[in-house]
Write a protein that binds this ligand. Structure first.
Ligand code: ZN
Length: 354
């Protein structure tokens, strides 16, 4: 589960030698080996190699630029939750859940001009917060990282690079922000544009010709590890960010406990779609090279538990935990000590421009 791409029946993926995205080095220790049966082609063994200089893991071999898109079966990869985006606009203005969400955003000061000190606000935090985490994990992400998502100007301009099924854009649409997003899937772009009113660009971010300093926040949420040239993307992020803007990166953490114990079953490897993996050190080095300073690192519980459970299912070969377990507070509470020692499955980091 999660370790193999389903290519087109004709196969079609071709491969080239992998290399570190920061220094270009091709040598290093093999950290994991993943065997994939690619339909119509011979089984392929992929390695993740750790660059000893940069502490970045790179996939070897990796798909060639020309065939990389075959690693993304459009329907399966993007269509999940796209329907939700079409409903999003209506849901925001109607319904009890939407009102609760709006109330909680106010309580946490994430909506412009609202104080976070009133009795009702404190009561909202105390009583609704667990419910919110249960029903709307993405809003939980905004709250956990509220320093990042509380902007100095409104409407803030936010760019998400590789927004996938658009769920984070959807969460962001609850804030007073102008949404921008890039994706290589036209279908995903259309859904985010029509459902959320996001200004989408189909292609690579550097092809979109954004202005210098146009954005208050640039987000790579589980997308940087998919890019052929993450450094080019980080340099471009630096260019399009305002001087006081922030960069937010969330990605699988290869230094996590489950990768060490369950090895190649770890969901975060996801060969051949994940071309690079960066722990705290590697990410800090890359961002520093691109002109960013790391401000904060967290290991979000929701995403981490999701990765761990997926990894366990992969190792066992069948599912034992129903989906709701990932979102349950007891599961997250049990996982919390792992996150606290920095060994969480998913890493989120905030950077500011140097
Ligand atoms: Zn390197």
């Amino acid at each position: 589960m999660g370790s193999c791409a389903q290519a087109e029946p004709s196969g079609g993926l071709t491969f080239q030698k992998g290399a570190c995205c920061l220094c270009g080095g091709e040598a290093g220790d093999v950290v994991a080996q993943i065997s994939c049966a690619i339909p119509g082609a011979t089984s392929q063994v992929f390695s993740f190699i750790e660059c000893p200089k940069c502490r970045i893991l790179f996939l070897d071999p990796r798909p060639t630029s020309e065939t990389l898109h075959l690693a993304y079966p459009d329907e399966e990869y993007y269509s999940r939750n796209l329907d939700k985006l079409h409903l999003a606009a209506g849901e925001r203005s109607n319904g009890l859940k939407a009102r609760l969400q709006s109330r909680i955003m106010q309580a946490y000061g994430l909506v412009e001009g609202k104080s976070a000190h009133g009795f009702c606000d404190i009561a909202s935090k105390m009583t609704i917060y667990p419910l919110l985490i249960r029903f709307s994990a993405l809003l939980g992400t905004l709250i956990y990282n509220r320093d990042v998502f509380r902007f100095s100007r409104y409407p803030a301009r936010v760019l998400e690079v590789g927004f996938g099924n658009g769920l984070l854009l959807y969460a962001l649409s609850h804030l007073d922000v102008e949404l921008f997003g890039t994706e290589i899937s036209q279908k995903a772009c259309d859904a985010a544009a029509s459902g959320l009113g996001a200004k989408t660009f189909c292609g690579q971010m550097w092809e979109a010709n954004y202005d210098d300093g146009q954005f208050d926040l640039v987000i790579f949420s589980h997308s940087l590890e998919h890019l052929e040239d993450p450094m080019k993307a980080l340099h471009e992020a630096r260019r399009v960010l305002a001087p006081d803007g922030r960069l937010f990166i969330s990605a699988p953490n290869p230094d996590c406990l489950s990768a060490r114990i369950l090895k190649s079953h770890w969901l975060g490897y996801d060969a051949p779609r994940h071309l690079f993996l960066f722990g705290r050190r590697g990410l800090k080095k890359m961002a520093s090279e691109a002109g960013f300073e790391m401000e904060k690192v967290t290991f979000p519980l929701e995403g981490s538990v999701h990765h761990l459970i997926g990894t366990i299912h992969s190792a066992l070969g069948f599912r034992v935990f129903p989906t709701f377990v990932e979102r349950s507070l007891p599961a997250q509470a049990l996982y919390a000590p792992i996150a606290m020692i920095g060994a969480g499955d998913v890493l989120s980091a905030v950077f500011r421009r140097c």
